[in-house]
Ligand binder design. Structure first.
Ligand code: KIV
Ligand code: NA
Length: 277
């Protein structure tokens, strides 16, 4: 497989080949994405919940996101590496947003960054990062970093007023220079209309078929606990399988079954005797 490029992503989208994006947060989940042959790996700020155990995305820091991103980078040869700009790392100024994005490129080898929202300040940040030469992905609809202001983690664009707002946001993000757009939790027919007006590919999550899809890896593998949003499909039940594995290990240790002879190093006949003496 060859290394993914922005040009190749555009070609795939233009020829109607759906783009596949999945999240990763460390070397192991990055390797899974690499071996599965996805097109884009997103180091999402969903890592706040998924791997750091926070209640929402706003708790993950820039330094933590950089650590996660660097681990994922080491795992990837082919997919494009996209990193989320976390809450607090872009809000102060365009300069802060550019400096943050440069850190993702320099320290984590990010090939693109993703920024949420489309208010005037967000668009200004987006433009500034693009002008600095770093490719940017937008994110509209449900934007978890500002979910409190949106009334919680709820679908967006279900009323005509909201649909018009999401459409306006999508167009504004494209005009600000994003090369791709994530739309989250918006009815599929609304997204279809928005896509008609856009040149750039749309990656959907709870947004219908679009030009591609993104899911949280731990959601689609069934590792995350509790009720998942409606847009999550579970392709495996790895959480249960992992618990069963560790339970079996615990049982065998307690019963003296593990370790067996085959898990033990052989020593020269007189080695133990030498230690005793
Ligand atoms: O953080 C994340 O995982 C995301 C995707 C779900 C789009 O932003
Ligand atoms: Na995110």
């Amino acid at each position: 497989r060859r290394r993914m490029t922005l040009r190749r992503l555009r070609e795939l989208a233009e020829t109607g080949t759906p783009l596949v994006m999945v999240t990763a947060y460390d070397y192991a989940s990055g390797r899974v994405a690499e071996r599965a042959g996805v097109d884009i790996v997103l180091v999402g700020d969903s890592g706040a919940q998924v791997v750091l155990g926070h209640p929402d995305t706003t708790s993950v820091t820039l330094d933590e996101m950089l650590t996660l991103s660097k681990a994922v980078r080491r795992a990837l040869q082919t997919p494009l590496l996209l990193c989320d700009l976390p809450f607090g790392s872009t809000e102060l100024s365009d300069e802060q947003a550019v400096a943050t994005s440069i850190r993702f490129v320099h320290e984590a080898g990010a090939e693109a960054v993703k920024i949420e929202g489309a208010n005037p300040a967000r668009l200004s940040r987006l433009r500034a990062i693009v002008e600095a030469g770093i490719p940017v992905v937008g994110h509209v609809g449900l934007t978890p970093q500002t979910a409190t202001a949106l009334g919680g983690l709820r679908a967006q664009g279900r009323t005509s007023d909201e649909a018009v707002r999401v459409a306006r946001d999508a167009l504004a993000v494209q005009e600000a220079g994003a090369f791709m757009l994530v739309i989250e939790a918006v009815p599929a027919d609304v997204v279809d209309e928005i896509r008609r007006a856009l040149r750039i590919p749309v990656i959907g999550i709870g947004a219908g078929a679009a030009d591609g899809q993104v899911l949280v890896q731990h959601d689609l593998l069934g590792i995350t606990e509790g009720r998942a949003p409606v847009f999550v499909k579970r392709y495996a039940a790895l959480g249960d399988a992992m618990v069963e594995g560790v339970e079996a290990y615990a049982r065998e240790v307690r019963e003296g079954v593990f370790p067996a002879d085959e898990h033990t190093y052989p020593a020269a006949a007189d080695a133990a005797t030498a230690v005793r003496e």
